[in-house]
Ligand binder design. Sequence first.
Ligand code: SF4
Length: 413
Amino acid sequence: MEQSAELLTPRRMTRQITVGGVAVGGGAPVTVQSMTTTKTADVEGTLAQIYALASAGADIVRCTCNEEAAAEGLAQIVPRSPVPIIADIHFHHEMALAALEAGVQGLRLNPGNLRKEAEIKQVAGEARDRGVPIRIGVNAGSLHPDLYKRFGGATPEALVESARMELAYFEEVGFSDVKISVKASSVALMIAAYRLAAETFDHPLHLGVTEAGPPPAGLLKGSAGIGTLLAEGIGDTIRFSLTADPVEEARAGRQLLESLGLRERKGLDLIACPSCGRAQVDVIAVAKAAQEALEDRKLPIQVAVMGCVVNGPGEAREADIGIAAGKAKGHLFIKGKIVRVVPEDQMVEALVTEAEKLVAEGIEARLAAADAGAEAEAEADRLELLDEKGSDPNATAVKIRHIRDRFAHPEAN
Ligand code: SF4
C-alpha cells in the first residue's frame, strides 16, 4: 500500500461480503467493477470483453440478464470467466432466479423497478440458499414513484430509504449478504446520498455516478464523486459509468484507486483463466510459475495463462502474450495468434523468453517471426481436444435445461 492512503480519512469499517472469490468491504482492498456492453447471449463476444476488462483492472464484471437467452449465456460464461460475474436485473424477478440457476456469483437488483415484495423475497431466499450476495442498486433516475412523491423528489433521504426498505424485505427472509449503491447522475446528490448511506448502514457500499457521459466529462464527474467519497473513507467497490468502451471504465477505476494509494500499482499484468472443465493443465501452478519467473523482469506487458488451447488464445486475445495448454504442449500466442508450440514442461520458459523478445522487438516483429506451422499444429490440437471433451465440458446443459424449465413453467417456481 502506498503511503498516501494513510493520509486519507481512515476507511469506514463495514461487514464483509464475498463475490465469487473477491472480498468486498470489511477492510478488503477497494475493488474495480465494470459492465459488459455485448449481448450476454453472445458467449464468445462477452467473454472476450470480460477478459479485456480483467486485463484493464476490473476485479468483478457485471453482465445484463434481461432475457432467457442471456441467462443461458451466463451459464456458459460463468465457468470460463477470469473474474466473478454479477447479473444485472431490472423489472423481472424471474431473470434473477434464472441468473442464479446459471451460477452467477452476484446479483444486482434495482428496487425502483422490481417492486413486488413477494418476488423480492423469493429472489433473496434463493440467493441466501445459494450463498450469493446481492447489491441493492438504487438509482435516482429510476427511484420508486412512491418514494419520489413522499420525499418530493430524488433526495439523498429518498435514495437511502429505498435501500432501507429493500434491506428490510431481505432481512425478513434472513438474508443480509448485501452491498448497497445509491447512485445519481448529479455528483453533489450522489455524494450526499452516499454520506447518508454510510451513516445508516454497515454494509459495504458500491460507488458510482450514473450516466456520467463520454470522456473526458464522464471521467471528471466519476472522479469527483467517487474520489471525494473514497478520500472520506467511504466506499468498498467502485464503477465508472462512461459512454465509452467499458475497458476505459475499468482502466479509470484502477487509476483512481492507484492515485489515492488505495491499490498498488501493478507491475506485471498477469491474468489467468479460472480453469474450467476444459483445462489441460494445473492453471494455478503454471500461473504461479509464470508470475515468479516474470515478476522481477518488470516487463510492461499483459500476460495470459490459459488452461486450454480450445478457447484460451481467443478468450485472451487482448493480452500481449499468453500460453495455452493442450495435448501435453504449450501453445504460445501473441495477441491471440499462435506463434510457437512447445512441450508442456517448457511452456513457462518459452513464455519468459518470448516475453523478453516481445518487449525488445515489438509485437509486429514477433508476429513476423512466428514459427511456420505453429498455427496449424495448434488448430489440430484444438480439434482433437474438442473431439475428446465434447462441446459441453462444463456440464452447462443441465443448468440451461433448468433455466428453460423455469421459463416454460413459471407457475412451478
Ligand atoms: S480451461 Fe480453456 S475454456 Fe476453460 S476457462 Fe481456461 S481457457 Fe477458458
